[in-house]
Design a protein around this ligand. Structure first.
Ligand code: F58
Length: 833
């Protein structure tokens, strides 16, 4: 890119319409050249690909500024309700491609860049994706930001600007190795730093009570330290509409860069320490499943971003001259899981301590403003903080929580007199042993609505972890099944399929997915359309095969069935059940080399939490099995196993469109919803899955004949556990299963090293908490049906089209409209002209 002739960098002589706003080729070109010159002081001849990418990003950002200004005007309208989405994670993925699509300037930009001798795809590939999330929860927040903009609901997403996002995954000798993610190292042209929007956040210390001049009881918090949160704003553009939402992420800084008092008395290091501590708060995203010891900073992180965000909302509210009493009419605050649930106590503290409001009024406002989304039923993932630790970090909040709890338990006792068990179970404080603050209870008490993320999940939520809350407040509970944005997950990821769809039904489906996408169903009967559909899929598979070769050095056959499982690695998601199937197929071929088997490429991808040894061992197992299978000439041309390193949003965009089969095989009752399942299906993959999370609803929509179902139901899982589940019985009675496990044990897949996988096999044989052994045979049988179905290409393609056509429900636009209606009390369809 550096050897371009000078000539191409001149404009054509035609006058650009507007180098800041214009969307014609000439204006875009001029805008990029201007930014290279004026924003970066670079000359084209020596500009690096990153320089060009940054110039283009600035040019694209310019084209959102008018919408941004309009958004600010909307915030100034005191009658409108603003959605405030509080989330510790926003896994937004790379901005450039998405912004070009949503702004409707993709084609012109491509041409403008070509005229400058640049390839748009190369520029898009320059972007370091902001990996500010672990997985589904963070990615859901990003889809919701897109849909809030595209459905025209004014919204601010509040979170943390982590300096280091989720680690990059490398594979070394089959093991996962974590590398620091330095996404900001070359700058971030999408954000605007707002040093003037900054708030102080107190931490630690103690409290003092006193009576004010009017004789009212008051409390003052004397903190141990104070840090500052500074806003960085990123626009999230709507699809083909003059609207945006704003992502406002907080970065922590020291209040003063040096504590001069400490400096003067010679304690220079203490002063610097203070600064370092302040900056540490937003330094790094916690990968999930970190042990307790690594989480000391997490509560400070959560409080930090919640406090900045609430102070910001109050500032916006007061700025338009409205009374704080009307706060809940102006803001609907969604808590994305319990991570921001300290908001319940912080909003109370701000209103009562800082704005002198009386408790009852403050409580009314708090309860009417907040709503809480639950994303998991797994007991180990339900957040709780030991009281001594909590009171060291947030002494005033502990007092407030205890007061909330006292009043809450009074209500419980008066409604259910004598039921002490109920009060103990509901209490925000867990007193069964060591004392804890239960964050889900805090969120539940302080929210107007509590929602699960798929029908089954909400149902289990009210029957299990929130059963008592449900008996108390049944009207608070609603379900909003998750959704994903078709803009990023179909239009951007799968341009060929999108064009084919639009050629048949026009392009309204992109922003009216629910009503429109079903219109391709009749085309499933058109042989020409079927042929094109197959070709598009095949083209996507060739592209992925190329990428796999680049990243792993392994060649895969695009004619084979691409069987894909990409998601975080977790025992409940059962990647190792998939491996047991692979080993069984491998054994079948070894025992009967001439057996007819549908050729398959098994593709895995996903990160394991760095502290989760079993998940890391599963990655190693996949890679070891891959080593054996891929190098065995007996199975050559029939089976390949790939572990695709560093599964992230960028890679996901290449993987979903190329999948034939989507693996959604979690133990029933464990996956709250899943959203990858929706992305696969929207891109024409068929699902093999259990009746878990949103799989159930996907199957209902696409029809049971277009979905490969297997395995125990959530009820059967419970029943079997209740009866005393004995995994060894399955091991003994099923020869193929027994053989596969014995081989893993014996070192067949670890180059003779016998004990390498013992923790995994021991766990399966002695405990098997996720019931792989119970589901093994049903899974293998179902996979045989898949192999059989794939032989009939025409029928498979038909099922693929029907899957896409019937995915209307799973657009995040539908989810957002349900949040508006059932949770936020927002009725206006769109606030934008
Ligand atoms: C996921 N949770 C659910 N948590 O597992 C998935 O079923 C659901 O579709 C998705 O949320 C969206 O609702 C999830 O991704 C996390 O990553 C947590 C991050 C913070 C630490 C604990 C895990």
């Amino acid at each position: 890119m550096q050897n371009q002739s000078k000539k191409v960098f001149k404009s054509s002589g035609r006058k650009p319409r507007d180098a800041r706003r214009g969307t014609d080729i000439e204006s875009i070109k001029q805008s990029v050249l201007d930014h290279l010159n004026f924003s970066q002081a670079r000359i084209p001849e020596i500009a690096t690909p990153n320089d060009w990418y940054v110039a283009l990003a600035y040019a694209v950002r310019d084209r959102m500024v008018d919408h941004w200004i309009q958004f600010v005007r909307i915030l100034e309208n005191p009658e409108l309700k603003i959605v405030s989405y509080l989330s510790a994670e926003f896994l937004v993925g790379p901005h450039l491609g998405n912004a070009l699509i949503n702004l409707g300037i993709y084609d012109n930009t491509k041409q403008a860049m070509a005229q400058l001798g640049l390839n748009l795809d190369d520029l898009i590939a320059q972007e370091q994706e902001p990996g500010l999330g672990n997985g589904g929860l963070g990615r859901l927040a990003a889809c919701y930001m897109d849909s809030l903009a595209s459905t025209g609901v004014p919204a601010i997403g509040y979170g943390i600007r982590y300096e280091f996002g989720i680690f990059n995954q490398k594979i070394k000798d089959g093991w996962q190795v974590e590398k620091t993610d330095k996404w900001l190292s070359l700058g971030n042209p999408w954000e605007i730093h707002r040093p003037e929007i900054a708030y102080q956040v107190k931490l630690g210390g103690s409290t003092e009570s006193f009576y004010d001049e009017e004789g009212r009881f008051r409390v003052k918090w004397i903190p141990h330290r104070v840090v500052k949160g500074v806003a960085y704003d990123t626009p999230v553009p709507a699809f083909h509409k003059d609207a945006i939402s704003i992502l406002r992420l907080w970065s922590s800084e020291a209040v003063e860069s040096f504590d001069f008092k400490a400096f003067n008395i010679g304690n220079y290091y203490k002063a610097v320490d203070e600064k370092i501590f302040s900056e540490t708060i937003s330094k790094v995203l916690y990968p999930n499943d970190e042990p307790e010891i690594g989480r000391a900073l997490r509560l400070a992180q959560q409080y930090f971003f919640v406090s900045c965000s609430l102070q910001d909302m109050i500032r916006i509210h007061l700025f338009v001259g409205r009374d704080l009493q009307a706060f809940s009419k102006r803001f609907a605050i969604q808590l994305n899981d319990t991570h921001p649930s300290i908001a319940v106590a912080e909003l109370m503290r701000l209103l009562v301590d800082e704005y002198d409001m009386d408790w009852d009024m403050a409580w009314d406002i708090t309860k009417n403003t907040l709503a809480y989304t639950n994303h998991t039923l797994l007991p180990e993932a339900l957040e709780k903080w030991p009281i001594p630790f909590f009171s060291r970090v947030l002494p005033r909040h502990l007092e407030i929580i205890l007061e909330i709890n006292r009043r809450f338990l009074d209500e419980v006792r008066s409604r259910f007199p004598g039921d002490d068990g109920l009060a103990a179970r509901l209490s925000i404080i867990d007193e069964s042993g060591e004392k804890y603050v239960r964050m889900a209870h805090l969120a539940g008490v302080g929210s107007r609505r509590i929602n699960g993320v798929a029908a089954l999940h909400t149902d289990l939520l009210i029957k299990t972890v929130m059963k008592d809350f449900y008996s108390l407040y049944p009207d608070r509970f609603v379900n909003v099944t998750n959704g994903v944005t078709p803009r990023r997950w179909v239009v951007l990821s799968n341009p060929e399929l999108s064009q084919l769809i639009s050629s048949a039904i026009g392009d309204r489906w992109i922003c009216h997915f629910e009503e429109e996408i079903k219109k391709i169903e009749p085309f499933a009967g058109d042989p020409e359309f079927l042929k094109k559909w197959w070709e598009v899929k095949h083209g996507n598979k060739i592209n992925l095969a190329r990428l796999i070769y680049e990243r792993t050095g392994t060649l895969v056959d695009p004619e084979s069935l691409f069987d894909v499982q990409v998601k975080r690695i977790h025992e409940y998601k059962r990647q190792h059940l998939n491996v047991l199937h692979i080993i069984s197929l491998y054994n079948r071929i070894k025992q009967n080399p001439s057996i007819g088997i549908t050729p398959r490429t098994f593709i895995f991808g996903g990160k394991a939490a760095p502290g989760y040894a079993m998940a890391k061992l599963i990655i190693k197992l996949i890679n070891e099995v891959a080593g054996v299978v891929n190098n065995d000439p007996d199975v050559s041309g029939r089976l390949k196993v790939i572990f695709f390193p560093d599964f992230n949003v960028t890679h996901a965009q290449r993987i979903y469109p190329a999948a034939d089969l989507s693996e959604q095989i979690s133990t029933a009752g464990k996956e709250a919803s899943g959203t990858g399942n929706m992305k696969f299906s929207m891109n024409g993959a068929l699902t093999i899955g259990t009746l878990d999370g949103a799989n159930l609803e996907i199957r209902e929509e696409v029809g049971p004949e277009n979905f490969f179902l297997f395995g125990l139901t959530a009820d059967q899982v419970d029943d079997l556990k209740g009866l005393g589940y004995n995994p060894r019985q399955y091991y003994r009675e099923n020869n193929h299963l027994g053989e596969a496990i014995d081989q893993i044990l014996s070192g067949r897949f670890s180059r003779g090293e016998r004990n390498l996988f013992a923790p995994l096999t021991d766990n399966l044989l002695n405990n098997d908490p996720f019931m792989l052994l119970a589901d093994y045979q049903a899974y293998v049988d179902c996979q045989d049906q898949v192999s059989f179905a794939y032989k009939d290409k025409k029928r498979w393609t038909l099922m693929s089209i029907l899957n896409v056509a019937r995915m209307g429900k799973f657009s995040s636009d539908r989810s957002i409209l349900e949040y508006c209606r059932d949770i936020w009390g927002i009725r206006n369809k769109s606030f934008y002209p």
